[in-house]
Design a protein around this ligand. Structure first.
Ligand code: ATP
Ligand code: MG
Ligand code: ZN
Length: 329
């Protein structure tokens, strides 16, 4: 299992809390219903009594076992039916006294038969991604803090209106986040330094995470370092498998392709991440300072064909906003 002990314990606790919350909620609604409709309390008391009788009958397995069993069962069912009708006549939804689980598959036990439920696996993956993300936190990188003012009145070297182009990019990114699904395309953000590539990719990732998807974001260089350390047994956590977490996340943002120094290990790791995600059909967002020609020069053909063949390119234009902001103080 590619998760650290800390993450497993955290997940286990969350699952237990969900289960407990479902039970407590049900108890609360039961008490509320009994308070509003005292007949329900009486019926519940009778059902509790017959349930005790039923246990006795089952344990003793005496004479007339079958008849007794059926008789008691029938009485319980009748009681339940009466409660249903009482709820209905008080305009309370019929399922008011049914447990409401976070996960309908495992009833919040975390297990679907003997194997871990889908909800448990999703939780583990989300926790692992959140832990990774916490190292790359940039609180203001969201759509609200993204302003188009910086691009006004500027044209790039090809005479392109920066404001118009970046308005379009912003709409594309917002729509991408809004409509995000596992079938969303991969994106490649290309542009000079300080134009908002990191800002917008994080904005997308945060929005996607809010919808409940796991969205990992971080600088490629950092990820490669962590993966390298884990690979050579120098990881912070002996059980964590960052590479697998990145491959498994619903959305992955690899920021700043090209800033890593070249090594065979980095190159094959990067290729594996991108290729595995493509094979699984999972969307990735890559941002880079390198022009298409520079990318071609710096990476091998297998990698380039995957990036140019499988990613939608978005060009960033304008003037270095990092510098403009710094000058303003
Ligand atoms: N349109 C914008 N509105 C407000 N702040 C912005 C905008 N674009 C960028 N910024 C801010 O300017 C700084 C630089 O932007 P960002 O890090 O996104 O640039 P980048 O394109 O990723 O640059 P690099 O290629 O150097 O990584 C960040 O603090 C970011 O929040
Ligand atoms: Mg950046
Ligand atoms: Zn479940």
């Amino acid at each position: 299992m590619p998760y650290s002990k800390r993450i497993c314990e955290k997940a286990e606790n969350i699952i237990k809390e969900r289960e407990l919350r479902a039970e407590q909620d049900l108890e609360r609604r039961k008490a509320e219903a009994e308070r509003m409709i005292p007949e329900i309390a009486e019926i519940n008391a009778r059902i509790a009594q017959t349930s005790a009788e039923l246990t006795k009958v089952i344990l003793q397995r005496g004479k007339n076992y079958k008849e007794n069993f059926e008789r008691i069962k029938e009485r319980n069912l009748q009681g339940q039916q009466m409660i249903k009708e009482l709820l209905k006549s008080h305009n309370i939804p019929e399922d008011y006294l049914k447990p409401k689980y976070f996960c309908g598959i495992c009833s919040d036990t975390g297990y679907d038969g003997v194997k871990r439920c889908k909800c448990y696996n999703e939780l583990l993956s989300r926790l692992a991604v959140e832990e990774l993300n916490s190292e790359a936190n940039m609180p203001d990188c969201d759509f609200e803090h993204f302003s188009l003012e910086y691009y006004k009145g500027k044209t790039d070297d090809n005479g392109m209106d920066c404001y118009r182009k970046m308005s379009e990019n912003l709409s594309v990114c917002k729509e991408y986040a809004e409509l995000f699904s596992l079938d969303s395309p991969s994106l490649l953000f290309i542009g000079m330094t300080g134009l908002g590539k990191t800002h917008l990719s994080l904005a997308i990732a945060k929005e996607v995470a809010k919808k409940g998807f796991s969205a990992a974001y971080g600088s490629l260089l950092n990820y490669l370092r962590v993966i390298e350390n884990e690979h050579f047994g120098r990881g912070k956590d002996p059980d964590s498998d960052t590479m697998q977490t990145l491959i498994d996340s619903d959305l992955l943002v690899l920021d700043d392709l090209g800033s890593e120094f070249r090594s065979g290990f980095y190159e094959s790791t990067l290729y594996n991440i991108i290729n595995s995600r493509m094979n699984l059909g999972r969307p990735t967002i890559i941002s880079t300072n390198l022009s298409p020609a520079e990318l071609q020069k710096n990476y091998n053909d297998r990698m380039i064909s995957r990036i140019f063949g499988g990613f939608v390119t978005i060009m960033f234009v304008g003037e270095d906003i990092r510098m403009i902001k710094n000058l303003k103080g």
